[in-house]
Design a protein around this ligand. Structure first.
Ligand code: BGC
Length: 755
């Protein structure tokens, strides 16, 4: 397309019309200028494309449901996400889609968010890395993605009106950080703005978010579309950088755009920017379309099984009960063995062409007895189901219970209000444990649940919502064909009230205060020393790993230097296995309140029995930084940091220290209202002001600095710590200490520091 020429020929009305959808899934064409209508579809873990003859978004073509983000994140595997992305990209090519909507990289602030299964993690580094990999995979096939939901869409409750009240530091460190990585590294064709408001302003008309940060700071070059129905004021949206409104507005908002330009309220140049980006997206589609691409559903079903086997997390394995010995008498219990729950409700719901249950797949390994145990749809005789299950478990050597959350518990559109599993399932697990000591629970859920049974059962496998081939993957892991290698991308708290957002979720009316600040997930549990049920990063294997030889490239680094950390990991067990090596950074004595440690690196490695490998991590200055609101930027304070390497956030194996300086000098801006504490923290301040501290009459014994003992000097300093400098005139008779002389000292201090 010759976009420059088209821009000249488009009328105002045509330009405005391009800025909203034709219908639920298509952009508008302008036939006289050969501008095509292109199609977008959900996403993210497979295609939910409408059937040709229906515009009911719930009637979609048969497709492959890959594991959802909740499961994918447990893989901690960038390559795996790229592989899945490529497969989805192929499907899009076959189906003539320009963009597949997703991935979502919103932070899991509360386990209650109904849409957590579509998101990756409570940790911004992990979420950003995986979102970038997903994007790269899909886009390597010449198809676009839409990174969503930008930003702070961390709950479903009142999602279209609620305002997330977040301070700048928290916004940058936690909620924007995954988007920043995904945008900078993944370079998505499009970004989808969220429904909610941030500090009062709707994302769909938030210039700071959509232009100042996304485009100007992060260098995003693509198109921004609205979430479906997220537009409040369309003209403000154009000014803010919201290019495409989805779905359609039936021409209503297009007319408002035209009127605003005609009335001089909207500069046509602003509209042109949006139109150009819409044309660029359509052009990209035309340039890259390969409709002859073959979509091999069977192959993708197999791939979905392989991927899920890399995601399943072994949470507990007492007495090495797993892997199962197929010669033993095994009972599968629970309706989910027969009808697994493998995806969530809402816009990501896929019309799976096939579903493999564990009950079906187990025939590849062993013969098992089966009892339904509980019903999902209700209306059944629960007591009868329970009795049958107990009888079945009694006769078995090992009972494997398939449990979790039914569909209605979690979905797009609403949040949970508790973290419990259904009573019928809890009762079943209890009763089975009474008759069979070798019980394993296999969980199907999109978000953490409380596990009152955790101490009673010997094994727990977390499958999350594992896609349509989940049953095959579960059997591969249960019988040891696949060695479990997933780890939790979020903390499982003992109970809901332990969670940091507990007091402020989902907020009051249309406001939700993110009062816990940066202390989200393990950042909070660590700091408060609240023992979780299972910590972030936890996951067992059928083998064991030993960590040794942590070496850092420098003992001190500054400015833009990169620190390299190297560690050796050895498989000390008897089967091959993959380990997710995690690196956390911790500032020893931070000047601002900071989490005890933060994930800044992870690598997944495959090791044969006895094999060892070196794992390398590279850390740039951002890995040590916090967001400094005063300076509007990232800042690593000078001081000692600890590099921690371990197998989970709760299992740090090795530590090494490094000294870091940001390299940038902070501009000093002291005034008469600065406190002695702040001034004395700078070496220059100490030099200029310590004499003054000694003359202050604040109860320390002597007043002559020459004879003042170290102890009293320290005491005086502590007492003056919070006193503004100007206040000292009231604590000394010395006539030379007055506002004028103090101001001269302050000026000298600022000059010395700023040079
Ligand atoms: C969801 C988006 C989705 C869109 C289109 C919205 O309700 O929030 O995630 O992509 O619908 O189905």
């Amino acid at each position: 397309m010759n976009i420059d020429r088209i821009m000249e020929e488009l009328t105002l009305e045509e330009k405005a019309s391009l800025c909203s959808g034709l219908d639920f899934w298509h952009t508008k064409p302008v036939e006289r200028l050969d501008i095509p209508s292109v199609m977008v579809s959900d996403g993210p873990h497979g295609l939910r494309k409408n059937t040709e003859d229906s515009d009911n978004p719930n009637e979609s073509i048969k497709a492959v449901c890959f594991p959802t983000a909740s499961a994918l994140a447990s893989s901690f595997d960038r390559t795996l996400l790229e592989t899945m992305g490529k497969a989805i990209g192929e499907e899009c090519q076959h189906e003539r889609l320009a963009v597949v909507l997703g991935p979502g990289c919103n932070i899991k602030r509360s386990p209650l968010c109904g849409r957590n299964f579509e998101y990756f993690s409570e940790d911004p580094y992990l979420a950003g890395q995986l979102a970038a990999a997903h994007i790269k995979g899909v886009q390597s096939r010449g198809v676009g993605t839409s990174l969503k939901h930008f930003a702070c869409n961390n709950q479903e409750c009142r999602r279209m009106s609620v305002s997330a009240e977040v301070d700048e530091r928290t916004l940058r460190e936690i909620y924007l950080a995954p988007f920043e990585t995904a945008v900078k590294e993944g370079k998505p064709w499009t970004v989808m703005c969220s429904y909610n408001r941030i500090n009062g302003v709707y994302s769909s008309q938030n210039k700071r978010l959509l232009t100042d940060i996304l485009r100007d700071e992060w260098g995003f070059k693509g198109l921004v579309m609205s979430d479906w129905g997220a537009v409040d004021d369309r003209v403000e949206g154009i000014k803010a950088g919201l290019d495409l409104e989805m779905p359609t507005s039936y021409g209503k908002n297009d007319r408002l755009i035209v009127q605003a330009v005609e009335a001089g309220e909207l500069d046509e140049a602003e509209l042109d920017k949006c139109v150009r980006r819409i044309l660029e997206m359509a052009d990209r589609y035309l340039e890259n379309a390969e409709p002859e691409t073959v979509w091999d559903m069977d192959r993708h079903h197999q791939l979905a099984r392989k991927i899920e086997a890399e995601c399943i997390v072994l949470l507990k394995n007492e007495d090495n009960l797993l892997p199962l010995d197929s010669k033993k008498k095994i009972a599968f219990i629970g309706k989910f063995a027969e009808t697994p729950r493998y995806q969530g409700g809402g816009s990501s719901h896929i019309n799976s062409f096939r579903v493999t249950s564990a009950l079906e797949a187990v025939s590849e390994y062993a013969e098992v007895d089966y009892a339904e145990g509980y019903s999902i749809s209700g209306g059944a005789d629960e007591a009868k189901l329970l009795n049958e299950a107990v009888t079945c478990a009694e006769k078995a050597d090992i009972a494997v219970i398939f449990a979790g959350l039914p569909d209605e518990y979690e979905s797009e559109g609403y949040d949970r209000n508790h973290m419990r599993m259904p009573e019928s399932q809890l009762r079943l697990i209890d009763e089975i444990c009474r008759v069979n000591r070798n019980t394993v629970v296999v969980l199907h859920n999109g978000s953490p649940v409380e596990m009152p049974f955790a101490d009673k059962v010997k094994g727990v496998l977390e499958t999350y919502l594992g896609g349509q081939a989940v049953g095959g993957a579960v059997c591969d892991v249960l019988f040891g064909k696949a060695n479990p290698c997933g780890k939790l991308p979020e903390t499982f708290p003992v109970k809901l009230s332990d969670n940091p957002s507990y007091l402020n979720f989902p907020g009051e009316g249309d406001k939700v205060k993110y009062s816990e600040g940066v202390f989200v997930g393990y950042r909070y549990y660590d700091y408060k020393e609240i023992a979780p049920l299972f910590p972030f990063g936890h996951g067992l294997s059928y083998t064991t790993f030993e960590y040794s030889g942590l070496k850092l490239s420098h003992s001190e680094i500054s400015g833009d230097k990169t620190l390299t950390a190297e560690v050796t990991v050895k498989n000390t067990g008897s089967v091959s296995g993959k380990e997710i090596v995690q690196l956390y950074v911790s500032e020893k004595r931070p000047q601002v309140i900071r989490p005890v440690k933060e994930l800044k690196g992870f690598e997944k490695i495959l090791l044969k029995p006895g094999e060892e490998k070196k794992v390398l991590f590279r850390l740039d200055s951002r890995a040590f930084s916090y967001y400094c609101e005063e300076q509007n930027g990232w800042r690593a304070d000078y001081g000692e940091y600890e590099i921690m390497v371990g197998s989970s956030s709760g299992d740090i194996r090795l530590r090494e220290s490094v000294y870091v300086s940001s390299g940038e000098k902070v501009r000093a801006d002291f005034t008469l209202n600065s406190t002695f504490g702040d001034i004395m923290a700078a070496p220059e301040g100490r030099k200029i002001f310590s004499g003054l501290v000694a003359v202050a009459n604040v109860g320390a014994d002597e007043s002559d600095p020459a004879i003042m003992g170290e102890g009293s000097l320290q005491m005086a300093e502590s007492m003056l710590k919070d006193l503004p400098v100007r206040g000292i005139v009231s604590f000394t008779e010395n006539p030379d200490v007055n506002r004028e002389s103090l101001q001269l000292m302050i000026d000298r201090l600022n000059n010395e520091i700023n040079g």
